[in-house]
Design a protein around this ligand. Structure first.
Ligand code: NAP
Length: 323
């Protein structure tokens, strides 16, 4: 029997490729990342399964080009790059990879928070530029304590909740906002208190964003919000870049409307060396590495393949968007 065809927009771990090769005829895009849409449109025509990544925008047009596609398996927990409603309409299953990357991403959010409050990366730059002597005095280069500060978690889900555990151990006060509050038991375990969006914005010393990127959250953090935040507050974003109005954030940082930011995600990625964020000292920049540890990436590859195997055979993926 002819093997089903699977296309990957980037390569995966060897063990995952071996597993895929046993069952399918596979093709892996090499070269420019993300794959140009025109190339993906050609490839998607005849395949049964697609493995994609957050940089690949899988829109209506691409889905319409697919004639045999049964499953889109994304190597990510975010699925805002896929038109999932249209895929469902076309009876194409969508698999994604939650849970396995929760700890790694929460760790990164926490490390960004420590970094920007204690000015670690900024100090690294000072040393590398031979300027240590200029900040030698006892008060020349001071950071901010974490202990006792109020951390506002926007989106107390898997990653936000795991961040709360870390923050509790650092004696921080935790407030959060979701569309719906979590159970009293979960609040107790995490030491987190539900507040309105407004209160989270005005009362937090640090806000960490953990909501998905949706129509509701698109560009939500703009100048109006930055002006309501404390002047001494920091903003951490490991969710999705488009949740923040980047132009407004740059102005807010330059005009000291807020104290600093630490980002893993951007409106458009990768950012260039001429990006205005690069010139700002009170911002820590990570290259979208929330889930990027050896262990986590291997688990994501395993789950991506399992989701694909199920979906390609008309079954619901282990983690499935919609059905
Ligand atoms: P999750 O478990 O689904 O948590 C999302 C939380 O956001 C939930 O508590 C949800 O609660 C809340 N929420 C959703 N929409 C909201 C809204 N409009 N207003 C207020 N709260 C809202 O997701 P997760 O696994 O923690 O992942 C969160 C996001 O992190 C992903 O969507 C992904 O984009 C991003 N991520 C990034 C990286 C990276 O590499 N940087 C890695 C992993 C994940 P309610 O439903 O009650 O509102």
């Amino acid at each position: 029997m002819k093997k089903k065809r699977v296309f990957l927009t980037r390569t995966l771990h060897d063990f995952a490729l071996k597993e895929l090769k046993k069952r399918y005829q596979i093709e892996i895009h090499s070269g420019k990342i993300p794959i140009p849409k025109i190339k993906l449109e050609l490839k998607i025509k005849n395949i049964d399964g697609l493995i994609c990544f957050p940089y690949d925008k899988i829109d209506k047009e691409l889905i319409d080009a697919a004639k045999n596609l049964k499953v889109i398996s994304t190597y990510s927990v975010g699925f805002d790059h896929i038109d999932t409603q249209y895929a469902k309409k076309k009876k194409i299953r969508v698999g994604y990879t939650p849970e396995v990357l929760t700890d790694a991403t929460a760790d990164l959010a926490f490390s960004l928070m420590i970094d920007v409050l204690r000015r670690v990366s900024e100090g690294d730059r000072i040393i590398r530029h031979g300027k240590w002597k200029q900040i030698y005095g006892a008060y020349d280069y001071v950071g901010t304590d974490l202990q006792g500060k109020t951390l506002g978690i926007f989106g107390l889900g898997r990653i936000g909740g795991t961040l709360a555990k870390r923050a509790k151990a650092f004696d921080m006060k935790i407030i959060y906002h979701n569309r719906k509050d979590v159970s009293k038991n979960k609040e107790k375990i995490l030491g987190a208190k539900y507040v309105t969006f407004e209160k989270m914005i005005t009362d937090s010393d640090i806000i960490s964003i953990h909501v998905p990127h949706t129509k509701e959250t698109n560009q939500l953090f703009d100048m109006k919000i930055f002006k309501k935040m404390k002047k001494t507050a920091f903003l951490i974003n490991t969710a999705r870049g488009k949740i923040i109005n980047e132009k407004d954030l740059i102005t807010a940082l330059n005009k000291k409307i807020i104290a600093g930011a630490a980002l893993d995600v951007y409106e458009s990625e990768p950012i260039s060396k001429n990006h205005p964020l690069i010139k700002i000292q009170n911002v820590v920049l990570a290259p979208h590495i929330g889930s990027s540890t050896d262990e986590t990436r291997a688990k994501m590859a395993e789950l991506t393949v399992k989701n694909l195997n199920l979906g390609i055979n008309g079954k619901s993926p282990i983690y499935s968007v919609g059905y």
